[in-house]
Ligand binder design. Structure first.
Ligand code: CP3
Length: 342
């Protein structure tokens, strides 16, 4: 039995004494304790060594007091397991030196046995569950197929992912074959995360908002829906599709338990679009954690009031920024914990 199961109860739509809180990318460069390990080990070495992944996962639980741990890993370990080389280059972000450009490149990609290729993730989860000792739930995760395709085709980060879009618009059959391969891998991957001990899973579609509503359905949600259907009866499932507010209704209709929203939509409107039968998660502007602490405290109150009591998980609208002072992150978490709905 978990000592703090606020997050899971909020996802199931049960009453909670207060709103649960965690932060996307909460294990990361804003924490000096993370930077110490970053000096010593490479990024994928940190992901692939269960003891390191475990230590990093627990840092924000111990240091900022969040109500959930999220596995320390990356969405790009899936393209890696599928056969593509992925590098993480300081100041450049992810680089895939041999991206997918044509149907011939699919010969280099496979739907792998996840236990053979990603076993280190499941070992990390087992260790994390042991070290957490039921203090808070553990969130597992994967990237949405569309967001992974963006990196697998573009080969690096981008503001527009124009090459990834051009690939989908000019070679739709190849794109859909790749999306289905990613989907099949992700379903096996998330099921194995759950088997290893993940209490809930989140699907990150960071670039879903780059697509028109029609293309979002065709290139992204169609595949997210398959993933949600495969795992939602095992654990509560959260979809975070940044910028895709236009499709909150169809995302809610997948049967997911939670929907992440960013700061570019009013909570009242998000609720109207999503309906009453789903938990909303968000939506603090990550850059607002750079504001003075009293401003953060007031803005947290405004956010919680706007969402209202119940079916809400406090979070940022995207990942925490590396230049956020730790005491500002803690002030955000504390302000949520202290708030009382009247
Ligand atoms: O949330 C957590 O604390 C868990 C760990 C986590 C990481 N990446 C660790 C990480 C999670 C959930 C992710 C997801 C992820 N990775 C996404 C989706 C969420 C989002 O922010 O949109 C995306 C798009 C990626 C791909 C990725 N990984 C990028 C673009 C970068 C470079 C940019 C950056 O933030 O540095 C990474 C590297 C990465 N993943 C770091 C961390 C802690 C920083 C690596 C470092 O410099 O130490």
């Amino acid at each position: 039995m978990l000592q703090n199961d606020l997050l899971l109860r909020a996802l199931r739509g049960e009453q909670t004494e207060r709103t649960p809180v965690w932060m996307m990318r909460q294990a990361g460069r804003y924490l000096p304790e993370y930077m110490v390990l970053r000096e010593k080990y490479g990024f994928f070495e940190r992901c692939q060594t269960p003891e390191l992944a475990c230590e990093i996962t627990l840092q924000p639980v111990d240091i900022v007091g969040v109500d959930a741990a999220i596995l320390f890993s990356d969405i790009l370990v899936v393209p890696q397991a599928m056969g593509l080389e992925v590098q993480l280059i300081e100041s450049k972000g992810p680089v895939l030196p041999d991206p997918i450009k044509t149907i011939k490149d699919l010969d280099r990609v496979r739907v792998p046995d996840v236990h053979e290729t990603l076993g280190y993730v499941f070992d990390a989860i087992k260790l994390i569950k042991k070290e957490l000792n039921d203090r808070v739930p553990l969130i597992g995760f994967a990237g949405a197929p569309w967001t992974l395709l963006c990196y697998m085709v573009q080969g690096k980060g981008s503001k527009t992912f124009d090459e990834a879009k051009a690939f989908c618009y000019t070679q739709p059959e190849t794109a859909h074959r790749l999306l289905q391969m990613i989907t099949d891998t992700t379903i096996a991957y998330l099921k194995a995360q759950v088997k290893a001990g993940a209490d809930t899973v989140q699907i990150f579609d960071s670039w879903g908002g780059l697509l028109s509503p029609h293309d979002f359905e065709n290139l992204s949600l169609k595949y997210i829906r398959q993933i949600v259907h495969a795992v939602k009866d095992e654990v509560p499932t959260i979809i975070f599709a940044k910028g895709a507010w236009h499709s909150l209704d169809s995302m809610a209709a997948t049967g997911a338990h939670g929907l992440g929203i960013d700061w570019c939509i009013k909570p009242e409107l998000a609720r109207q679009f999503a309906g009453n039968n789903i938990t909303l998660q968000g939506n603090f502007d990550p850059a607002k954690l750079l504001a003075p602490i009293p401003v953060i405290q007031q803005e947290v109150k405004n956010m919680l009031t706007a969402f209202g009591p119940g079916r809400h998980i406090a979070n940022l609208g995207h990942g925490i920024l590396p230049n956020v002072p730790v005491d500002h992150a803690r002030a955000f978490v504390d302000a949520v914990k202290e708030f009382k709905h009247r």
